[in-house]
Design a protein around this ligand. Structure first.
Ligand code: PXL
Length: 281
């Protein structure tokens, strides 16, 4: 069984980061080791959340793993709380990366043209330097703009996305996948570029007119989980995009849905079926 290390916060209530990554990746049949960067009472879209920062625990924890000779097939980073945690994540890559370790970075810090409350432009620059260490990065358009110093646009065309991709590729990651890209009305999806093969890949599905927290984390967890089950890049991102959209649609049907996250628990059986189908194809 493949083993992933995921480095992100625990938001105790809120359905995001580790409370999505751990159940989803585990259910996909991949061992999921967690390194919690902080424990928050809720995610940061709630008011008055509490934070217990765990920065000083990270190196002792990973030093212990090193002594136990633990190896990871992938390291997946999401929401990191501070500049110091970005530099610790780089150190962890250096300590644990082998030729076979996939570094998958979701530079979580912003959406819809705005940085999340905890972050500033300096943090965005540091996230860009973290991305230089990646095999795959999956920023949304806002994060792509912040990391490349590009003006954020609500409406854009394909050349704008290609320009963002080319600037992101210069950061040094082997593969760039921009999420939340809409190339025609009523559609949304991903726009990817493989720098090694010099190949673009695009996947669009029907746009659901609702935005929920944690959907980026769900998307990334599925993509990295599917890659660890040896699906191709294209199949992994397709399953991630389709399942995330299906989960939003399913959540919309729930009259008692919480405002802060999606009902990924209800759709989990469908994800496993889709994964099994892809594995048997
Ligand atoms: O889903 C991204 C995320 C993760 N962790 C925390 C957040 C957010 C988004 O707001 O606040 C703490």
């Amino acid at each position: 069984m493949k083993r992933i290390l995921t480095i992100q916060d625990i938001s105790c209530l809120g359905k995001c980061s580790i409370t999505i990554a751990l159940p989803v990746i585990s259910a996909m049949g991949v061992e999921t080791v967690i390194l919690p960067t902080a424990v928050l009472s809720t995610h940061t879209m709630f008011k008055n959340f509490t934070v217990r920062d765990l920065t000083e625990d990270l190196i002792p924890i990973t030093d212990h793993w090193k002594k136990e000779n633990v190896k990871f097939d992938a390291i997946y980073t999401g929401y990191l709380g501070s500049a110091e945690e970005i530099s610790i994540a780089k150190h962890i890559f250096d300590e644990f990366k082998t030729d076979d370790t996939l570094i998958f970075i979701d530079p979580v810090m912003a959406d819809n043209g705005k940085l999340y409350p905890a972050f500033d432009l300096e943090y965005a620059k540091l996230n860009a330097s973290l991305c230089s260490k990646a095999d795959i990065i999956v920023p949304n358009i806002t994060e792509a703009c912040l990391m490349t110093g590009t003006e954020y646009k609500e409406s854009y065309d394909e050349s704008y996305i290609k320009e963002l991709i080319s600037k992101l590729a210069k950061l040094g990651s082997k593969m760039v996948v921009i999420t939340g890209v809409s190339l025609s009305p009523g559609k949304t999806g991903i726009y990817g570029y493989d720098t090694v093969k010099d190949e673009y890949f695009i996947y669009q599905n029907d746009r659901v007119d609702a935005s929920y927290h944690g959907t980026g984390d769900l998307f990334s967890s599925i993509a990295v989980g599917a890659l660890m089950r040896s699906l191709t890049i294209k199949d992994s991102f397709k399953i991630a995009a389709d399942h995330t959209a299906d989960t939003i649609r399913e959540t919309l049907k729930n009259p008692n849905k919480p405002w802060y996250g999606v009902d990924f628990e209800s759709t989990m059986p469908n994800l496993i079926k889709a994964l099994e189908t892809s594995l048997n194809d």
